[in-house]
Write a protein that binds this ligand. Structure first.
Ligand SMILES: [Zn+2]
Length: 343
């Protein structure tokens, strides 16, 4: 009986590298993938700690974000062949509801779960996946860059363009410029000619954020970022705030926006609650947009953007057995860019 390696959660906070039976050949409309790398994200940290409200069963193979090669195709699969390099979409969407048919995959009304969080994920040598939920990686794009796409890069793409409608020449405030998504947001915004202000928590990260192209870097441990933003923008404020830090920055983020500004958020790593002055909300005509995941179209656009040279920032590459060390590094925010685990 052929076996494969899989990194599984056996209980909350208990992960182990196990040998398990290799998957059966791919079924109708499925492809079989040889996973080459998985990317780590905060969803993995939450998953590792365990969330009471998440419906799932242990053991659970981790890994929500992956890059892989097609090694077999099931009956009925067209447009994909053995040897294709791909990234799989993390959520098992239904493909037939109104949202799916409209290309709004991340609003699927009958999603079966996110792989690596609710159901078995990609941190295993071989995995089967629906063919309609994989996206080909363009020639010239390294799989180490491609693996950052399904969760991180595509989320940023969706936030900045589908949701915040960022345009060339605008001012954007990117929180936590050293994070996986923050560093990608800086690179994308600069690549289209925006002026970027970013916040970081150390002098070391400030230097790295400047090197990435950020026009203004604020160490939030030394300065109140909203005061600096107002000064830099001649008291007007920025056009777009890229939020994902939550409680610690929420009020300052609102104060950093110009009239008619757009705040887009996909996370709350510092805490889930914030307040808002409703007078400020309507008088300033703010638009506050929640964003979670990305549609498949954003994965395509992200890969094209990388092919064009706007690459993600890689912090560290680990081996599969070091997955836990990578998670700890991410949880402690001791990173600049993305953490990748190669199989
Ligand atoms: Zn659906």
């Amino acid at each position: 009986m052929p076996t494969i390696r899989a990194l599984q959660l056996l209980a909350d906070r208990e992960a182990a590298l196990v040998e398990r039976e290799a998957p059966a050949p791919p079924g109708p409309d499925e492809v079989q993938l040889r996973v080459r790398a998985v990317g780590l994200n905060h969803i993995d940290v939450w998953g590792f700690r365990g969330m009471a409200f998440a419906k799932r069963q242990y053991p659970l193979t981790v890994g929500a974000e992956a890059a892989a090669e097609v090694i077999a195709t099931g009956p009925g699969v067209t447009g994909l062949t053995v040897g294709d390099r791909v990234v799989p979409y993390s959520a098992l969407t239904c493909g037939v509801c109104k949202s799916c048919r409209q290309g709004r995959d991340n609003l699927c009304e009958a999603v079966a779960g996110v792989r690596g969080f609710h159901v078995d994920g990609f941190a295993q040598d071989i995995v089967n996946h629906p063919a309609r939920l994989v996206v080909k990686v363009p020639a010239g794009v390294d799989l180490r860059d491609a693996v950052c796409v399904p969760v991180a890069y595509a989320t940023v793409e969706h936030m900045l363009f589908d949701n915040a409608r960022l345009e060339p020449g605008e001012w954007v405030l990117v929180h936590a410029g050293g994070s996986g998504i923050g560093s990608i947001a800086i690179r994308i915004a600069k690549s289209i000619g925006c002026t970027v202000i970013t916040t970081v928590g150390s002098a070391d990260k400030a230097a790295k954020a400047s090197a990435l192209g950020a026009d203004h870097v604020i160490n939030y441990r030394e300065d109140r970022f909203e005061g600096v933003v107002r000064k830099l923008t001649g008291k007007k404020g920025v056009d777009v705030v890229f939020e994902h830090t939550g409680a610690d920055t929420w009020n300052g983020s609102l104060l950093s926006m110009k009239r008619g500004g757009r705040l887009v958020t996909c996370g709350a790593t510092s805490g889930p609650s914030g307040s808002i002055n409703l007078m400020q909300l309507f008088q300033q005509q703010y638009r506050i947009i929640g964003s979670f995941g990305a549609p498949l179209s954003a994965l395509h656009r992200a890969l094209e953007r990388i092919a064009g040279g706007v690459r993600p920032v890689i912090d560290t590459v680990y081996g599969l057995a070091e997955f836990r060390a990578g998670l700890e590094r991410l949880a402690q925010r001791d990173v600049f860019g993305k953490i990748i685990v190669e199989l």
